[in-house]
Ligand binder design. Sequence first.
Ligand SMILES: [Fe+2]
Length: 375
Amino acid sequence: MGAPGKNDYLTEHVKQEVPPATPEEQAELDAMYKRMDEIHLKPLWTQIGGLMPNHPEPRAVAHKWDWAELLKLAQRSGKLVPVGRGGERRAIGLANPGLDGNTYISPTLWAAIQYLAPGENAPEHRHSQNAFRFVIEGEGVWTVVNGDPVPMKRGDFLLTPGWNYHGHHNIATEPMAWLDGLDIPFAYQMDTGFFEYGTEKLTDESTPDLSRSERLWAHPGLRPVAFPGKTSYSPIGRYAWEHTDAALNDQLALEEAGYPGTVAPGHAAIRFTNPTTGGDVMTTIRAEFHRLRPGASTTPIHEVGNRCFQVFEGSATINVGDKTFEANHGDVINVPSWQKWNIIAGADGVDLFCFSDAPIFEALDLARTFTPEGI
Ligand SMILES: [Fe+2]
């Protein structure tokens, strides 16, 4: 294919009024484009459609990762691949089929199943990328964050904000798997990442029921006077399941008693927050938990940014763009930017963990939503 012709980027209306290029004009055009190419220039008029679409046209596609399949492969890797310094973690990333084979679930977010066999340690390190863990099942692992051992149990949501040293150890007789989420793709594409090794042996191998961060910060509505001011990320290392579960139960009970509380009929939801600001737990990642009564549904919505769900209990039909997914325990589903999505809970209702990159776009004033059917 030769260089673009004189009329190739004109609208149909203008094209009709402009005569096609003469052979001499075309030769000049060819020479101009060739020179631009040689010195690494790209004229906007050959790019505009892809660079500035009328609305977001994500390359990421909506996809479902089946938990049973993920767990099976994690178990196999547990037998075949040791965990330790160098590889650092036995984590298997969820690679969006639309993102050229990169281990990105979205252009900004990374999600993985991490698997630790009994007695195994994942050595300490730190990185500027923000991370969380969500525990879909099991217990017996402690994550040590800056020397503070944090227990991991079913339903818990744990934070490892950027530049905090962290490692994991499994003292149980059973292996354990959980979901890791990070902003690795965002850091990689923006060239903001830093990484350092810590100790190979964990700095504290004790196994307390509560982390020190929870003892200091996780009492409802109460903050320690010794630590005033705002922090950019939440100081709470673990949001225990018992609190999440109780908050959701109470929202639905209040709704039943005729009081406000739910976001929509039959739809309870909480957002994990930073107690020093009331905002998101980390600057790049939002995390929420949603509970829908049997048959309840959410309003279809378009949103700027990338959202991911993991089914905790129950089942749901999740519509994303023109795709429909049937999701059960542990399944992970992503919603690419601006693709319309909604959830319809199954016969037993559904509990869903949810994370997104919304804080990035809200901070930059780029967030936008559209509900075609109204709210
Ligand atoms: Fe890490």
